[in-house]
Design a protein. Structure first.
Length: 73
């Protein structure tokens, strides 16, 4: 049974708030690469937004890896 806190509200587990600096970073990242608006990005569910961030990061990593292999020096 969930614990009780003062005022009669029940205590629940889980994340109560996503860090604003992390959210700002994700919004900027997706806006930069996809040219999506703030509103478009903020309508994404948290998990979906994180999946898009991860996908862009994978694409960037592959691109960097290929560039490093093709450089003559």
């Amino acid at each position: 049974m969930p614990g009780r806190v003062s005022g009669g509200a029940s205590a629940r587990g889980g994340v109560t708030r996503y860090p604003s600096d992390r959210l700002r970073e994700e919004v900027a990242y997706l806006a930069y690469y996809f040219h999506w608006s703030y509103d478009q990005i903020m309508t994404l569910a948290h998990r979906e937004r994180q999946q898009w961030v991860a996908e862009v990061a994978r694409i960037n990593q592959r691109s960097q890896d290929q560039s490093a292999r093709s450089e003559p020096w």
